[in-house]
Design a protein around this ligand. Structure first.
Ligand code: PXL
Length: 284
């Protein structure tokens, strides 16, 4: 008689879901989310909302392909049935349309979450504001009330707070306003838009208010910074960090990734999620 012994499984990693769009060149979107989750030791899961592929023949403008609503709903159905209890943290990235926002919100309401991190993506870097207003309305009505943490950039902070933001004081006041409206922890990102030598973000929740400042790197934004920041917050929350600590670690993760961004031909270099690794990667 033969006996076989198997090695028992070790402790499982924390899980995190991204509900986000693909950005084909790998800089932003779902690709950034999954790379960030993996880098921070979290098992990443994805429900795809849309596909963005830049057009090299048209100044790298966005070509946007929505995922049909039944396909989005089917992905969420599979994911939530697979991990009804284990999955407690979700990051909401680009939804792309009011319809997708409604499908996402409906699925979220049918599941118990500890952490719903909303990156309120309205427009991407280099895009003109303007055609995002219906998405803006749906996001405020359907997703912001479900969020426990939100990471608006400069433009989104102005949209969500209804306030103009030029200084760190403005950014703080706007972050407070968004916290009051939503009840969520807010990490408002000044990015390259606030004058001065530092890239300043402001964290506000019921317990803490903190300005997170690091020296600006380069003189233009990097693609994937916002997506990676929100994904890193989600990963740290999934692992048990307090919100302010998740914000600090996410900022450090993104700062290191910006310092080692990958240059291609698009107008913005792409954040490298391996920036905090101790050993430089071969081949660079
Ligand atoms: O960086 C915002 C963003 C998020 N998600 C997708 C994107 C972009 C910007 O290009 O394409 C899919």
């Amino acid at each position: 008689m033969t006996t076989t012994t198997t090695t028992p499984r070790s402790v499982a990693p924390a899980l995190a879901l991204a509900i986000a769009g693909s950005e084909a060149t790998g800089g932003a979107g779902a690709q950034a989310d999954l790379k960030t989750f993996q880098e921070l030791g979290v098992f990443g899961i994805l429900s795809l909302t849309c596909i963005v592929s830049f057009d090299p023949a048209d100044d790298w403008n966005h070509r946007f392909f929505p995922v049909p609503q039944d396909v989005q709903a089917a992905q969420l159905e599979a994911i939530l049935a697979d991990y009804p209890d284990e999955l407690r943290a979700v990051k909401l990235g680009m939804q792309g349309s009011p319809e997708t926002i409604r499908t996402t919100a409906e699925a979220l309401r049918g599941h118990a979450w500890d952490h719903v991190v909303l990156d309120p993506v309205l427009i991407c870097k280099g895009q003109e504001p303007g055609h995002a207003l219906d998405t803006d309305q749906a996001l405020k009505a359907e997703l912001l009330p479900l969020a426990t943490f939100t990471t608006p950039n400069h433009f989104e902070t102005e949209q969500l707070s209804g306030m103009a933001v030029r200084t760190v004081e403005d950014l703080t006041a706007a972050a407070r306003r968004i916290h009051e409206i939503s009840g969520a922890a807010v990490l408002a990102k000044g990015g390259m838009h606030i004058e001065g030598l530092d890239a300043v973000d402001v964290f506000v929740d019921a317990d803490h208010e903190e300005v997170l400042a690091t020296p600006k790197i380069g003189d233009s934004g990097v693609s994937g910074a916002g997506c990676s920041l929100a994904a890193a917050v989600t990963a740290e929350l999934a692992k048990g960090a307090e919100p302010v600590e998740a914000a600090r670690r996410a900022k450090a993760f993104v700062t290191a990734g910006i310092a080692q961004a990958v240059e291609g031909r698009t107008p913005f270099a792409a954040l490298w999620q391996g920036g905090l690794r101790e050993t430089p990667e071969a081949g660079r």
